[in-house]
Design a protein around this ligand. Sequence first.
Ligand code: GDP
Length: 296
Amino acid sequence: MVLAQLGGSISRAIQQMSNATIIDEKVLNECLNEITRALLQSDIQFKLVRDMQTNIKKIVNLEDLAAGHNKRKIIQQAIFNELCKILDPGKPAFTPKKGKTSVVMFVGLQGSGKTTTCTKYAYYHQKKGWKPALVCADTFRAGAFDQLKQNATKAKIPFYGSYMESDPVKIAVEGVERFKKENCDLIIVDTSGRHKQEAALFEEMRQVSEATKPDLVIFVMDSSIGQAAFDQAQAFKQSVAVGAVIVTKMDGHAKGGGALSAVAATKSPVIFIGTGEHMDEFEVFDVKPFVSRLLG
Ligand code: GDP
């Protein structure tokens, strides 16, 4: 279920409940079950949805509803608060400071949009007067360096990589050192992705992280991976210190639930979302407006 439909389904469920003459436990349960179904279809993890349902039941007081308070508002507010709670891990992500060198490492599965997102992130900051630089530590995928080079050239962002060197750790360290000397304030390290969660990928990622000591590790996740989001995000978090999440491909047929699962699994906030293939199709992620839009 795409985001816009989720809001519609939830509103309809609440409307149906509001129309009932008497709101008893049965009517409230029916409404919550309807909402649960909508959330599950949006790929929000089952456990999150179940916890949310329990919490809403605790918050929504049947007596208040019976006393003629605005039922729709009470339930809508409870759902809004619960969704915000899931998306806010309570600890903000490390924020690089302009003019001070920060190393940011990107991790994620192949095809998640990692390389594209590295450039978007660099370009976003460059437009605000930063001096970003891109390092391609992906020696696994043929063409990875060419892709990064092409993107970086288009955006006029300095880049570092190698066609010959096969050791990603060596390239990452060299690139970071070079751009530190050149006083770049945002050094972005793109690492290799694989098709699935493989031990070798995690080991390589861990080594690159150990060698470059990033200030922030960003986990890039394709929003269309559905219910697999939680496990995938958790697997990355267990190998490197993921501190933030970027959810890509939120345009088109994107489902929103994966974002909630990724936050829950990594205990890290979503900081940006990707909304298209172009460099400027990239938005700062803000919990409350996102949830408002989600609920329509
Ligand atoms: P990587 O293997 O993780 O580095 O993934 P890439 O950066 O090569 O991206 C894989 C594909 O997803 C490319 O065709 C990108 O253009 C596309 N892509 C990346 N981000 C987005 C996005 O936010 N929206 C859409 N529609 N496509 C995206």
